[in-house]
Each structure stands twice: as structure tokens, then as C-alpha cells.
Design a protein. Structure first.
Length: 429
């Protein structure tokens, strides 16, 4: 077996003359112009060649990019999780991407899709509602080698127990970080606090990487996914994100792992043969720092623009009306979920001197004076008019706007309540 690291969670795994692409993302400027590969890619879409299988873990664009998928051969067999609702299946239908064969695999019900290929799906942690709704991990035994591709799915105790009970993993592709607007986009934090919180989050994720590697004890462990950088006018926030410039940072949490495991670090465009141990090209792993990342952004990405920066909104557009329509829908979802947190959400339309208050305990929206004090506890979100319009009509989700670092927040007290962020993704017309 051989793996070619393309970047992020995108790789080509080869076995017995067959080729599988994982989580296709090879075009830049995803998430409405914000995300670019870093470390920069060495391969283009044209380099991929013919594929036999394609695995898509979930709908997020760094794992399922229409700009990449449109170039892939349609006679490849697709492997996705069988779930309801099936966002990946819906996405493929919406774009007219029809593959010759689609294997929908139910979690923990392995399917043999070829004589030498068994595939199994492990669901995301049910305690993380947003991840559980969309994400999935792949376990496959291909030609006698077992690969666990966790991609963005943070391994959790019950999922790990299932894998250990049914498989002896040879190759584990594990997450080592994650991306969100916290702490970089939070106005209530000082620069020093942002740096401290970002480091705390990173260290927690790195510790999880080491812990999972020890528990599963594969022959090879490769840090996987989460290799990107924010471009454009918000690129200055890269210095306070909680993900590192390159995966080599996992070394410090790998040194104390006993037994049979070997850390596998590959440069973009580099392959590794698991039988011979040969790398191609035969080159050492390239260490990259935050300074390297900032220099690359300054030279290549700082002038990039986002989708919502490409047009102006008519002053006649009524945010008061849009917010109230979105609030009606959110209130219906809250009633269905029986969820009424004691938080106030303030929406600021930057440049318009407009602020709207949504008390999550009531169905109303209040127009408030931005000069007035806000009622605690509260989460204030600041958006440009064009971004706010795209969010409120459902073209951009809060989840993606957050990952793209488009939003500014103020949170008082600075306490994370996951239910608030789940509800925010339902705030749309």
C-alpha cells in the first residue's frame, strides 16, 4: 500500500493497482474566498489521474469541494456514510454529480465492496451535535492493511472501543487540531488572552492526538486534515488561530508513545510506501513556522477577496425585516428542540448603526440603540451588510462564516455554550 499526501484531508491511497481519493479538496479559495492550502500544494487537480474509489467524509468544502469533484472521473465508485438527512448525497444531486456506483455504508455495519476491500464507517461523537449531524470516519481493510481515516472526526471513547474490538489498525490518519473563530475573532479578549487561549486549545488537541495514538497503537500514525490558511482582509487573524502552520507540531506529543507506532510526516506531494518505507520524492520533512506562514500570506494571499466583498447592498434592503423572518424560523426550531437558553444574541450590521437583540427565551426581536449597554449574558456578532444578508438568506451558514473568520464576536461572560452556536446556525430566513 502507498499513500500520496496532497494536502489537508485529501490523499490518494493505492493498493493492488487501484486508487482511492479521500475528501476531495484541491482548488483554493473555498469557504467563500477565505481558505487556501497551507503548506501550499504541489499537485493540481490535473495531476490526480483516474480513480477507482472516492471517499467523502462530510459536506464541508475542505472535504467535499465542487471545484474539485467536477474534474473527477464519474466511473469511480463513491463511498459515503448512510445517514438521514444525507447532506453529501444532497450536495452531489444539487450539483449534478452522478457517479456510476455509490456505496452508502451504515455506521458500524461493514461492507465488502471488492474482494480485497472492506469498508466501515464510524460516526462522529454524539456529544458534539454539529459534528454528529454531518461527519464520519472511515475504517477499511484493503489488501490486508487496515487504515483508520478519522479526518475531522475527533475520536471519542466509544468509537475508539469499537475500532479496537474489531480491527488491528496499521495506519491511523488522525486529526491534531481544529478551526473556529475562537479566540481570533473575539473582541472581548486582549491580544495576550487570544494567544493564551489559542495555545491552550492547540495543546488540548495535540494531547488528544497522542492519547488516541497510544490507545489504537497502529504501525504508522499520520497527522491529517486541518492544513489551511485564511487569505484576504481577515488574514491578520491567522496569528491567533488555534491550529498550527504545519502538522510537524505533533512530534512533542508523539515521543512518549511506546510500542510499535511510527510517526509519518509527509510534505505536500510526497508519497510513502508502507511495504518498503520509501518516500517519493526522497526528501526530509519540511519544518514550517508561523513566521513562514505569515510571509507566504503576505506574498501571495493578502490581496484575495471574499464573495461578500464583491458587491454592494442597496440601502433599501431592510435588515429589520430579514432578522425578523429569520427569528420566526429559529423560534420554531427552538420550540421543536425545547431549547430556550438564557442568552441574548445581538446582531450588529457594521456601518449601518443597526443593532438587533434576540432574547433566546422569547420569539421577539428588538431594535436597540448601539450606544446602550447590552444585557448579560450576551453574544454580540458583527457583520458587514453584504455578509449579514448572505447569512440571513441562508447562502452562508454561521458555521462556515465562523470557520472563515468573517465574524467578529463579543461574549460576556466568556463562557462557551455549544447550544448557542447550534441555534445560531438555524437563524436564517
Amino acid at each position: 500500500m502507498r499513500i500520496l499526501n496532497l494536502g489537508g484531508a485529501t490523499a490518494i491511497i493505492e493498493q493492488g493497482g487501484k486508487r482511492m481519493l479521500t475528501d476531495p479538496w484541491l482548488d483554493d479559495g473555498i469557504f467563500h474566498g477565505a481558505w487556501y492550502h497551507y503548506p501550499p500544494m504541489k499537485n493540481s487537480i490535473e495531476d490526480v489521474g483516474r480513480l477507482d474509489y472516492i471517499f467523502i467524509s462530510h459536506i464541508h468544502e475542505d472535504h467535499c469541494s465542487a471545484g474539485t469533484i467536477r474534474y473527477l472521473n464519474r466511473d469511480a465508485e463513491l463511498i459515503i456514510a448512510d445517514r438521514t438527512p444525507n447532506f453529501v448525497e444532497r450536495f452531489l444531486q444539487m450539483h449534478g454529480f452522478r457517479f456510476a456506483k455509490v456505496h452508502k455504508v451504515k455506521p458500524r455495519e461493514p461492507v465488502r465492496i471488492a474482494d480485497d476491500l472492506l469498508v466501515d464507517i464510524v460516526e462522529a461523537d454524539p456529544a458534539n451535535e454539529m459534528a454528529y449531524a454531518v461527519d464520519s470516519a472511515l475504517v477499511m481493510n484493503w489488501g490486508g492493511t487496515t487504515v483508520y481515516n478519522a479526518n475531522d472526526c475527533q475520536p471519542y471513547p466509544d468509537g475508539i472501543a469499537y475500532i479496537k474490538q474489531h480491527y488491528q489498525v496499521d495506519v491511523a490518519l488522525l486529526p491534531y487540531s481544529g478551526g473556529s473563530g475562537y479566540p481570533a475573532c473575539y473582541l472581548n479578549l486582549s491580544e495576550a488572552q487570544k494567544a493564551e487561549r489559542a495555545q491552550q486549545i492547540l495543546q488540548s488537541r495535540l494531547a488528544s492526538f497522542g492519547r488516541v495514538a497510544r490507545e489504537i497503537a497502529p504501525r504508522w500514525v499520520m497527522p491529517f486534515a486541518d492544513q489551511y490558511v485564511i487569505a484576504g482582509s481577515r488574514s491578520h487573524l491567522n496569528r491567533h488561530v488555534s491550529h498550527p502552520p504545519a502538522p510537524g507540531v505533533v512530534r512533542e506529543h508523539f515521543e512518549d508513545i511506546p510500542g510499535r507506532s511510527e510517526l509519518l510526516l509527509l510534505n505536500p506531494g510526497q508519497s510513502f510506501d508502507f511495504e518498503t518505507g520509501a518516500r517519493s520524492p526522497d526528501a526530509p520533512y519540511e519544518e514550517l513556522t508561523a513566521d513562514d506562514r505569515e510571509a507566504y500570506v503576505a506574498a501571495h494571499l493578502q490581496e484575495k477577496s471574499y464573495d461578500h466583498e464583491g458587491f454592494e447592498l442597496s440601502p433599501a434592503v431592510s435588515f429589520s425585516r430579514l432578522v425578523r423572518y429569520a427569528r420566526q424560523r429559529l423560534w420554531q426550531d427552538q420550540q421543536r428542540r425545547k431549547s430556550f437558553p438564557e442568552w441574548n444574541v445581538y446582531l450588529d450590521i457594521d456601518g449601518r448603526n443597526e443593532r438587533y437583540c434576540i432574547d433566546l427565551r422569547t420569539p421577539e426581536v428588538e431594535d436597540v440603540d448601539p450606544a446602550m449597554a447590552m444585557d448579560q449574558p450576551y453574544l454580540r456578532i458583527v457583520m458587514s451588510p453584504t455578509l449579514a444578508a448572505l447569512v440571513l438568506i441562508g447562502h452562508i451558514s454561521i458555521n462556515i462564516a465562523d470557520a472563515a473568520l468573517f465574524l467578529d464576536y463579543e461574549r460576556v461572560p466568556d463562557r462557551y455554550d455549544p447550544e448557542i452556536y447550534v441555534l445560531l446556525n438555524m437563524l436564517r430566513c
